[in-house]
Design a protein around this ligand. Structure first.
Ligand code: PGA
Length: 252
């Protein structure tokens, strides 16, 4: 049976207050129950204690990043060991906004291993800055995957999720939306890379999510293509009505 399409909300550094975060999550919980859908919300870590108290089976919680040790001299970071108390089951690693602040594939690799040790699902972001005519973006993504996944076992790789997030399609400065065909091209590339490097077969491929200006308007084409295993959603995930419309497109 095909796994349900995931919806991972990346709230980034939003909303402004804990009160707003709780209100947003509670509104999600009410609407998700009606829509019989489940999502993962990755809020700012500071709001996790409050959000973890909301009684709902429709929302799982995730961190937007992690250190790769339980405790230690890592100013500004939070570890999964600290966050797991608040029912954190997922963690985003290698997001392009983190990479722009200096995150490396080597550190992403340590974080994936650490997340798996903590039994938390890593959502590993890959994506090129520019989609060039010479297809250099293929080797950029291939390198991101092989370096970030170095030393993982075949079994480990099946537990990871990959989010293809072309940098040019992310955020309010996005040049344009990516198309389902562009996503499919990368999914095929990822399959090939993982088959060659880890001996995976097409049945045990990790889930591949799409992220980059996903809205209730453009999601349907990705869903209809049948290739997307989920979405990593930024701005739209701060709007409950739009997110529920997006989730309803899964059923059509
Ligand atoms: P966006 O962000 O949906 O606002 O483009 C997506 C992301 O960066 O994960």
């Amino acid at each position: 049976m095909k796994k349900p399409i995931l919806f991972v909300a990346n709230w980034k550094m939003n909303p402004g207050t804990e009160k707003e975060a709780v209100h947003l999550a509670k509104s999600f919980a009410t609407e998700l129950k009606k829509a019989k859908q489940k999502i993962v919300i990755c809020p700012p870590a500071l709001f996790l204690p409050a959000l973890s108290k909301i009684k709902t089976t429709s929302i799982a919680l995730g961190l937007q990043g992690t250190a790769f040790e339980d405790t230690g001299a890592h100013t500004g970071l939070v570890s999964l060991a600290q966050a797991r108390v608040y029912k954190v089951s997922h963690v985003i690693v290698g997001h392009s906004e983190e990479r722009a602040r200096g995150e490396t594939d080597e550190r992403v690799n340590k974080k994936i291993k650490y997340a798996l040790k903590q039994s938390v699902t890593p959502i590993v972001c890959v994506g090129e800055k520019v989609r060039d005519d010479g297809h250099e973006y293929f080797s950029i993504i291939q390198n991101q995957v092989t370096e970030s996944f170095a030393g993982l076992s075949k079994k480990d790789v099946t537990k990871v999720m990959i989010a293809y997030e072309p940098v040019w399609a992310i955020g309010k400065d996005a040049t344009r939306d990516a198309t389902p065909e562009e996503f499919y091209e990368i999914k095929i590339l990822l399959k090939k890379v993982l088959m060659d490097a880890f001996g995976l077969s097409s049945t045990d491929m990790p889930r591949v999510l799409y992220g980059g200006s996903v809205t209730e308007k453009n999601a349907q084409a990705f869903v209809e293509s049948g290739d997307v295993d989920g979405f990593l959603v930024g701005r739209t995930s701060l709007d409950v009505a739009k997110s529920i419309t997006l989730l309803n497109s899964y059923e059509k």
